[in-house]
Design a binder for this molecule. Structure first.
Ligand SMILES: Cc1ncc(COP(=O)(O)O)c(C=O)c1O
Length: 343
């Protein structure tokens, strides 16, 4: 339950990888990679796509397309691009960042619209991009409200600011709400999606946008050291995941909610289960007197690996390799432990 990046490829996925038709992708000659890029672009309502080794690289390429050195992006303070990409926008692209604070990463369009300064002239740093994360990882799998994204889209368009979606878990948002991937996708200039989280591929993300943007991103990908060769083997895992592992995300969501309901009943205040919309649960363990480090250690002794997101909160993530039995184990081992507090 440490992360949905822990999944291992299924037998079917391995077989698809083994039989993939491949070529040198730096020369644009890997047909399986092209199939994946075009399929994901089509799903998200964009012209073209670009396969990348990681979600971080897909985000950083998207950011690089919209923002020049010395300009800025804005994102919420818990955003993966700000908290967990190791300062890449600053280090690799000379981009500065500012943030707004949203509860649980939930988007309120008024906040970025008030924060951005696209017309700073020669005095203030000019905002060129707003980044939205959907679902929101450190927010606890939060699904962004469509009407807020729409309001942000019209506000940014009016002032000439671009919009990038970090959609590492957009699949989860789509399954949780029934909103079409294309409906989400068309509201952004560029979108990154991950195949290696809940979808269960070992590696891979895709950035989508216009054909012109993807041609430029291809150059930057090579510059960032992400030009890969016979990676149809990996793209085949992504295609398999799209065919077999999207709809089943609903099972992850139901299991996460079941755990959250049990935790809320035994330790009131640790979680609001109605906020558990997808596959992530962030528990406030301090309500029962735990520090997150002590709770993570106690859970590990009981066979459940967790991640401390702060000094008081831990994250549990459901995925392909956590079934009903794994959820039962979490409920029977962790819920009483949480309620009892440290001894
Ligand atoms: C919201 C979000 N965006 C981007 C990424 C980056 O993905 P990667 O680990 O493949 O770089 C992650 C990884 O956990 C994530 O949660």
């Amino acid at each position: 339950m440490l992360s949905d990046t822990l999944t291992r490829p299924t037998e079917g996925m391995r077989a698809a990888m083994a039989s993939a038709v491949v070529g040198d992708d730096v020369f644009g000659e890997d047909p399986t990679v092209r199939e994946l890029e075009q399929r994901v672009a089509g799903l998200l309502g964009h012209e073209d796509g670009l396969f990348t080794p990681t979600g971080s690289m897909a985000n950083q390429l998207g950011i690089r397309l919209h923002v020049k050195p010395g300009e800025e992006l804005v994102a919420d303070s818990l955003a993966h691009v700000l908290r967990a990409e190791m300062g890449a926008a600053a280090v690799l692209s000379g981009i500065s960042s500012r943030s707004w604070v949203g509860p649980h990463g939930l988007l309120d369009a008024a906040q970025p619209l008030a924060l951005m300064i696209p017309d700073g002239g020669a005095y203030q740093v000019n905002t060129r991009l707003v980044v939205v994360e959907n679902t929101h990882n450190f927010g606890g799998g939060t699904v962004q409200p469509l009407e807020q994204i729409e309001a942000l889209r019209s506000g940014t368009r009016e002032r000439g600011v671009a919009l990038h979606l970090d959609g590492a878990r957009l699949w989860n948002a789509h399954v949780a709400t029934g909103v079409a991937l294309e409906t989400y996708g068309r509201l952004f200039d560029t979108v990154s999606v991950c195949l290696s989280k809940g979808l269960g591929a070992p590696v891979g993300s895709v950035l989508v946008g216009s054909a012109e943007q993807m041609a430029e991103a291809r150059i930057w990908r090579k510059r960032f050291g992400g030009g890969m060769r016979q990676v149809g083997i990996l793209a085949a895992a992504g295609l398999w995941a799209l065919d077999h592992h999207v709809e089943r995300l609903a099972d992850d969501h139901a299991r996460a909610r079941r755990f959250a309901e049990a935790a809320a009943e035994a330790a009131p205040g640790s979680i609001d289960p109605t906020r558990v919309e997808t596959n992530i649960v962030i528990l406030d363990v301090s309500v029962a007197g735990w520090t997150s480090a002590d709770f993570v250690a106690a859970a590990a002794e009981r066979g459940v690996r967790l991640y401390a997101v702060s000094g008081t909160a831990v994250r549990l993530v459901w995925h392909l390799d956590v079934d009903d039995a794994g959820t039962d184990l979490a409920v029977t081992e962790l819920v009483p432990l949480l309620a009892k507090g440290p001894q």
